[in-house]
Design a protein around this ligand. Structure first.
Ligand code: VLZ
Length: 135
């Protein structure tokens, strides 16, 4: 039985989001606001098809994809870049590569002790976020 990422997840911690935002060239004022946010992930998993919504009081971000199928991603409301993105299973982890102007860009999700982990990376920066299931 594969892992089920579906559900609503509330942020518990957000390590080095600042570094990640600098790496994707988010301006100072926006970083000051965004750095205080406790985002929520709403994930819908239907077989290998996913919708991931990142919700906050400031901005929302949404993406939909199928495992192993490259898609055009525009990081709307973040750095507004175009990426050729693809998400694959590596064991029970979901590994996304976001090919585009920025090097070494992507993210990895996994579940450990019923907590949702997310590493967001770009260039030499890694942001690690941990979420718990909404009670
Ligand atoms: O999520 O790549 O879970 O799409 C931050 C939104 C989202 C808050 C960060 C406002 C990246 C930020 C979300 C203003 C600069 C992301 C994927 C992995 C799924």
């Amino acid at each position: 039985m594969p892992v089920d990422y579906s559900g609503t997840w509330n942020m518990l911690s957000n390590d080095n989001f600042e570094g990640y935002m600098v790496a994707i060239n988010i301006d100072f004022a926006t970083r000051k606001i965004a750095g205080l946010l406790k985002t929520q992930k709403v994930i819908r998993q239907d077989g290998d098809s996913f919708t991931m919504k990142t919700l906050s009081t400031f901005r929302n971000y949404s993406s939909s994809f199928k495992i192993g199928v490259e898609f055009d991603e525009v990081t709307q409301g973040l750095d507004n870049r175009k990426c050729k993105s693809v998400v694959n299973w590596v064991g029970d982890k979901m590994v996304c590569v976001q090919k585009g102007e920025k090097g070494n860009r992507g993210w990895t999700h996994w579940i450990e002790d019923d907590q949702l982990y997310l590493d967001l990376y770009c260039e030499d920066q890694v942001c690690q976020q941990i979420y718990e299931r909404k009670p």
